[in-house]
Design a binder for this molecule. Structure first.
Ligand code: CP3
Length: 335
């Protein structure tokens, strides 16, 4: 079968016959095939075994005919060699959180080509088996810092805000190292063959616009400007209030969560970016007629954009009915 380059043409700004579709977290627990593989190994072992990671990357491509694949790993995998004791239960847990300047000073710069060689090996193996583009990814420095400082997920990430303001030096040392590591990690993925990379900033929306401008955006911008040779997608959840800043980001595409319509986002971003999104993942629990209705609204809005990549507004949920995923993909593909 010929290589499906719909995503790459869309990111190049070409007019295409329809938008490409992929789903954030498309390889995962909602699929029986994934659960079968996962029942035999821990999540981290799965991420560190290229053959198994490759197997689960192919599962949603084979099952639904998606237009692109995404590397199977986790945003937290590359922080382990910085000196972090990482576990998944299945939610992330870090037993040695960063709370002081000494903790931040102890964190290491990572050589991704040697210390994360298993990721690069997985990418090369995946690319050899795929006939769609493979998207590489990382967490954004702030979202990684959230887990490293808090030690686990949180509703308020209070420890992060405390460190940011009460020990700005420690916060800055950590963010600088995370930024350097994110640049070299994403560049290594591009050098291993990924034509597109996405940076996830899941928790950026927890801060005020002032704090986003001072404590988060400069690091995002540094990563986006430093990674060469691939299309760059930035996804920050709950970020529409930051669009006056984000519109200055040096990148090809932005992910939009489901709270902002694509049209609203496009206006605030002054029509500068290809937009990716943005169906509410919860809609995949509705009946097929409802899924069709909302997919068509998004497809219609997508037509007025510089370019549109169909996706959910956040990751697909583990309980999602598989037949609804197939239905959504078929609607977008017009089959
Ligand atoms: O999209 C894909 O198919 C690629 C794989 C991928 C995973 N995590 C696999 C995973 C990607 C791109 C991620 C990103 C990620 N991880 C983010 C950013 C995106 C987002 O959803 O906001 C964040 C914040 C994490 C951190 C993380 N990892 C959490 C909060 C959890 C637990 C979530 C849960 O639903 O329990 C994980 C674990 C994780 N990452 C799983 C998978 C498939 C489940 C692990 C398992 O199989 O037990």
């Amino acid at each position: 079968m010929a290589f499906n380059d719909l995503l790459l043409r869309t990111l190049n700004g070409e007019k295409t016959e329809r938008p490409p579709i992929w789903l954030m977290r498309q390889a995962g627990r909602y699929m029986k095939e994934y659960r079968d593989v996962r029942s035999k190994v821990s999540f981290l072992e799965l991420c560190k075994t290229p053959e198994l990671a490759c197997e689960v990357v192919l599962q949603p491509i084979d099952a639904f005919g998606l237009d692109c694949a995404i590397l199977f790993s986790d945003i937290l995998v590359p922080i382990e060699p910085m000196g972090v004791n990482l576990d998944f239960k299945p939610a992330p847990y870090i037993s040695n959180p960063v709370r002081t300047l000494e903790d931040a000073d102890r964190m290491r710069l990572v050589n991704p080509k040697t210390e994360l060689k298993f990721v690069m090996d997985a990418i090369k193996l995946m690319i050899s088996k795929l006939n769609v583009p493979l998207i590489g990814f990382s967490g954004a420095p702030f979202t990684l810092a959230c887990y490293m400082i808090e030690g686990e997920g949180s509703k308020s990430f209070l420890e992060v805000k405390k460190l940011m303001h009460n020990n700005t030096k420690a916060y800055t040392v950590l963010m600088e190292k995370l930024t350097d590591n994110t640049i070299s990690y994403l560049q290594a993925q591009v050098d291993s063959g990924c034509p597109v990379v996405q940076m996830f900033d899941t928790w950026a929306g927890l801060v005020s616009t002032y704090e986003y401008e001072e404590f988060i955006f400069p690091y995002v911008q540094r990563v986006a400007e430093s990674v060469k040779g691939a299309h760059f997608i930035y996804f920050a959840k709950d970020s529409s209030s930051f669009y006056p800043l984000i519109k200055n980001l040096n990148c090809a595409a932005l992910g939009v969560d489901w709270k902002t319509s694509l049209k609203q986002a496009d206006a605030a971003l002054e029509h500068k970016f290809v937009l990716q999104g943005n169906m509410d993942p919860a809609l995949l629990f509705a009946d097929k007629a409802t899924i069709t209705k909302y997919a068509n609204i998004i497809l219609e809005e997508g037509k007025s954009l510089k370019g549109h990549i169909f996706n959910l507004g956040h990751g697909i949920m583990p309980q999602t009915p598989v037949e609804n995923v197939k239905h959504l993909v078929d609607i977008v593909k017009g089959v």
